[in-house]
Design a protein around this ligand. Structure first.
Ligand code: SF4
Length: 417
């Protein structure tokens, strides 16, 4: 199982806390979408800043961003960075503008740092415009596609603007990608969990598309706007849940536990699942390569279509303006962002958690869950609450530990003999 690279940390003059450099740069190259998913955190959430932004990133903004990434990488001695093309739907920029943006980005980074280029897409444009895949291939851009499992669960949420489901179109695009010469670009599937869908059917529908990796995402939610299945007014825990007693129903924990068992017990490893690997890694002495769990400092920064430098976009579900940092590529640097208190708050490990999570024996693995999911305006500090998914995460961590412990012990015995 891959473990995370150790972050290079530089002590910033005049402060006790080391600066954690960014290694992941998420570029919003197009800020509108050809789907209207009901759970979309960009358009349907509290933050509505997309309304005032340009539709697409200009070549000048991409070039300036590329130069700032190169400067940041050189200063911190980074040899590789990940640049994620994101939206809205990033491929709506079209093949010509996509080629322009990739060209200026790659030129700006050339000779300084190796970019690992990725695009996260709903896939529809891949089947509609045959010129896109060759452009992505020329620049070695790896492709992640959003698919929510079976046709029924996907079409329940991921619909066209006229209300039609998008599953058939997405699967057609996946065939173009996964079955042909562009297969090496296919990085995996991103699936938002619908806890009313059958977990095994969902997993098996995903592996039918032969993904190298699956990202299972808990729907973005906070204590103020709880996820489906968890009613408003669900009481925030005042203490970590004891093992086996989770204090409320655990629909997401139960769902994930079922998928874990199906995945873990398969006679051969069918795919990777990032969330499970991120929970297993610290149990085996590694580091979680995920924002969703664990205590690894956050090393991701967002650049919006207009050049604003912002925090992770899932914060849009918390309140209007939550991701904003007041920084812009025209006048600030990524070192300015790394030193900004909003980013630093997410790099403090255990010290960055609230008192309940700090006292929880699962904290080194769970890490309080995703920062966004901790938001509670009534808490002492708005992001100091345990995750709104606390009980579900506790159950999942305990379950995976229970499954892993005997196998790890067996392995050690074999090695010892
Ligand atoms: S969110 Fe995670 S670390 Fe915090 S109390 Fe719950 S299980 Fe423990």
């Amino acid at each position: 199982m891959p473990m995370c690279a150790t972050s290079s940390q530089h002590a910033e003059p005049g402060s006790g806390q080391p600066v954690v450099p960014f290694r992941q740069f998420l570029l919003k190259i197009h800020s509108r979408c050809n789907l209207a998913c009901d759970y979309c955190y960009v358009y349907e959430a509290a933050d509505q800043s997309w309304r005032g932004r340009p539709r697409r990133m200009t070549a000048a903004t991409a070039e300036r961003t590329g130069r700032l990434i190169a400067e940041h990488a050189a200063r911190h001695g980074l040899r590789e960075v990940t640049v994620v093309l994101h939206g809205g739907e990033p491929l709506l920029v079209g093949p010509d503008h996509l080629e322009t943006l990739l060209g200026v980005l790659v030129d700006a980074l050339e000779g300084v740092v190796t970019p690992r280029l990725v695009v996260q897409t709903n896939g529809l444009r891949l089947a509609e415009d045959p010129r896109l895949l060759p452009v992505l291939d020329r620049y070695g851009v790896r492709i992640g596609v959003s698919l929510d499992g079976t046709a029924a669960s996907h079409d329940r949420h991921r619909r066209h603007h006229d209300g039609r489901g998008s599953h058939a179109d997405t699967v057609r695009a996946l065939k173009e990608l996964a079955d042909g010469p562009y297969r090496p670009l296919y990085t995996g599937l991103l699936c938002v969990i619908d806890m009313t869908a059958d977990p095994v059917e969902t997993y098996e529908a995903l592996i039918e598309c032969a993904p190298p990796l699956i990202d299972l995402l808990l729907p973005h939610a906070t204590w103020q706007t709880p996820p489906p299945g968890l009613e408003k007014g669900t009481v925030r825990p005042e203490a970590p849940p004891p093992q086996g007693v989770y204090g409320r129903s655990t629909p997401y924990g139960d769902w994930l536990r079922t998928v874990f068992d199906r995945w873990y017990d398969a006679p051969r490893r069918e795919t990777r699942i990032r969330l499970f690997e991120a929970i297993m890694a610290p149990m085996l002495g590694g580091r979680a390569c995920s924002e969703a769990v664990g205590l690894t400092p956050v090393d991701l920064v967002v650049v919006e279509t207009d050049g604003a430098i912002e925090q992770v976009d899932s914060l849009k579900v918390a309140y209007h303006g939550a991701p904003a940092a007041g920084l812009h590529v025209s006048q600030d640097t990524f070192d300015d962002a790394a030193a900004h208190p909003a980013f630093r708050a997410r790099q403090l490990g255990l010290d960055g958690l609230g008192s309940v999570c700090r006292g929880c024996f699962r904290a080194p693995v769970c890490g309080g869950g995703l920062y966004t999911h901790r938001y509670d305006p009534e808490a002492e500090h708005p992001f100091s609450a345990p995750s709104v998914y606390c009980a579900d995460l506790a159950l999942l961590v305990d379950h995976i530990h229970r499954r892993l412990a005997p196998d790890a012990a067996k392995l050690l015995r074999v090695k010892g003999t």
